[in-house]
Design a protein around this ligand. Structure first.
Ligand code: BGC
Length: 422
């Protein structure tokens, strides 16, 4: 009898402990479904750093990867999920689109996390403002990518007797030399967002910062129809002449692989391309070089990746979502993620000791160009204008790139009219 009583008490205690554990477990461990489009070698490594960071907090990660550089496909899939009332916890959404999503009333206010982690004092204001809707944080930024880069393979440049160009005139001299040496001068992936990425670097290099801002950020009609735009479009078309016939449809990372293998000499692409070189074991300054796109050394087109947080009902998942937001901005995560992604930390005053010279240059130029007003948002990567206008301009630019018969005057008119899309 005594023994039974004891056992019963023990069993009761055990049950109570187990129940407590379950409650505690439920309150803490949640699941976070994260939509992103990081599927290339370097991108996947960076994404796995995010997953590991979340799992280290005891939560589980549900991967929602939608392949397709630039994220056009990911955004289409996200829209249908949200419309059907099944939003993920977090989604890679950037720039003005964050405001568009917040205006739909589907994003969560994460001010409590931002306050506790002092985001206002560790983020550049230009970034913090984009992460807020009506003064409240609705997204967490992960990095700063620079878009106006030119990646080159020094070995093939040497073979061709060419030098890495700093102006557009030099670019075509080098391209000609590479071509003569039997190397594809420019590795390009013919997808609208890649055409547009090249276009904005040409616009910045040929037209300069003021032109870029007026034409592509303010969408000023007179500037879009100006003679400078003719020069931009002519230069852009000339670049195409140095790409190969298999470019249409090619993914950006396959274009980077052509430079890595020495099949092509150079690529105009944002520094997520560096993530590919690094993932392939290549050393910056030795196996590949990074230089500002021709004529753009004193400017910086920025592209900040961020995760918007959607409103959730399940309490444990809300907790997991907040832990994710806090983790994203931690110094440890910012370091490991950006070392793999090719970008630089978005958090100010981070120690860059582990970063390479490309990242150090990017960081210096980010600060310098902010002071000289030549830090500009990337229009091709959704940082500058509402998504409807950006999409319409992208289509017009791609049409011109793909139809050699379209005149510069026609392209100019098409782009100017696309810029008015609301
Ligand atoms: C994103 C990068 C990504 C790239 C290629 C850009 O728009 O900001 O994070 O690596 O697209 O997919």
């Amino acid at each position: 009898m005594k023994k039974m009583e004891k056992t019963t008490r023990f069993a009761r205690n055990l049950l109570a402990v187990a129940a407590g554990l379950t409650v505690a477990g439920l309150a803490q461990a949640g699941e976070v479904e994260v939509l992103h489009w990081w599927t290339s070698g370097g991108e996947a490594k960076a994404a796995s750093a995010l997953k590991a960071t979340l799992q280290a907090k005891g939560h589980s990660w549900k991967d929602f990867a939608v392949a397709g550089g630039g994220g056009d496909s990911a955004m289409t899939v996200l829209k249908s999920r949200v419309v059907s009332g099944n939003a993920p916890a977090a989604a890679q959404i950037k720039g003005p689109s964050l405001q568009e999503w917040a205006a739909e009333g589907v994003l969560a206010n994460i001010d409590d996390v931002a306050k506790a982690e002092k985001w206002d004092s560790v983020l550049p204001p230009v970034v913090a403002n984009v992460m807020k809707y009506k003064g409240n944080y609705i997204a967490a930024p992960v990095n700063v990518h620079r878009v106006n880069w030119l990646w080159a393979n020094p070995e093939v440049f040497k073979k061709a007797g060419a030098k890495v160009p700093t102006t557009w005139d030099e670019f075509f001299v080098s391209a000609e030399a590479l071509k003569k040496a039997g190397i594809i001068p420019v590795a390009h992936g013919g997808q609208p967002w890649q055409d547009f990425t090249t276009f904005e670097s040409v616009a910045l290099g040929v037209g300069g910062t003021d032109f870029y801002k007026k034409a592509l950020v303010q969408l000023d009609q007179a500037t879009l129809k100006s003679a400078t735009m003719d020069k931009v479009l002519e230069t852009f078309r000339k670049v195409k002449g140095y790409t190969d016939k298999n470019a249409p449809g090619r993914d950006w990372n396959l274009a980077t692989a052509m430079v890595i293998k020495g099949e092509a000499g150079m690529q105009l692409m944002g520094d997520w391309a560096k993530g590919e070189f690094i993932a392939a074991g290549k050393v910056p300054g030795k196996d590949f070089t990074c230089a500002a796109a021709p004529g753009t050394a004193k400017a910086f087109t920025f592209n900040v990746d961020s995760f918007a947080m959607f409103k959730l009902k399940n309490e444990a998942n809300v907790k997991a979502q907040k832990d994710l937001a806090a983790a994203i901005m931690s110094t440890d995560f910012q370091e490991v993620f950006n070392l793999n992604k090719g970008s630089i930390p978005v958090r100010l005053n981070m120690d860059l000791a582990k970063f390479d010279d490309c990242a150090k240059l990017s960081s210096k130029d980010f600060v310098d160009t902010a002071k000289s007003a030549s830090l500009v948002p990337s229009v091709a990567h959704g940082m500058a204008v509402p998504s409807a206008a950006a999409g319409a301009i992208q289509d017009a630019v791609s049409q011109f790139w793909n139809s050699d018969k379209m005149s510069v005057a026609d392209a100019k008119a098409k782009i100017a009219s696309a810029a008015m899309t609301k």
